[in-house]
Design a protein around this ligand. Structure first.
Ligand code: THU
Length: 162
């Protein structure tokens, strides 16, 4: 038997550690929580996507009485960004969540489906997408979506079909 150790490097930041661009993106993500439609979970998520030309596109979770028909904040923001600016690479995404009257203490963690979409968008441009996860106790930062998705299924997995 062999064992492979996969390492994940996450920076844990306090607000003073953030670059101005990162602080603004996180602020946009926090603000986007207010646009969530979450009458079922009462868990409001906001995402803000930074494009290479400086444009910021935001999104929030949009729930539906038929639960699986709803959509997460990250995919709402990312699909909106690439649909409206198909030729501008995505540089970063910030995510925040608000519930029970407060932003979450622990950094919000994107679901598996959103990580997969984030990976696809990173692969599309070939440039790493920085991810910022907001929590009142600290902010997680990773330099690439690949860090959040070990053993990923990406375009390479499709081999000659991609
Ligand atoms: N949600 C997101 O928007 N993003 C995530 O990464 C995790 C979960 C939403 C989906 C649903 O509307 C609510 O949060 C509770 O799961």
């Amino acid at each position: 038997m062999k064992t492979q150790v996969l390492e994940t490097r996450i920076d844990i930041l306090v607000p003073q550690d953030l670059q101005a661009e990162e602080a603004l993106l996180l602020e946009k993500a926090r603000q986007a929580c207010a646009t969530a439609y979450a009458p079922y979970s009462h868990f409001q998520v906001g995402a803000a996507v930074l494009l290479a030309d400086g444009t910021i596109v935001t999104g929030s979770n949009q729930e539906n009485a038929a639960f699986p028909s709803g959509m997460c904040a990250e995919r709402t923001a990312l699909f909106s960004a690439v649909a409206n600016y198909p030729d501008v690479p995505v540089r970063a995404i910030a995510i925040a969540a608000f519930t029970d009257g407060n932003f979450t203490e622990k950094p919000v963690s994107p679901c598996g489906a959103c990580r997969q979409v984030m990976l696809g968008i990173e692969e599309r441009s070939g440039d790493a997408v920085r991810v910022l996860l907001y929590g009142t106790e600290g902010i997680y930062r990773v330099g690439s979506v690949r860090t959040l998705l070990p053993l990923q299924f990406g375009e390479e997995s499709l081999g000659s079909r991609s």
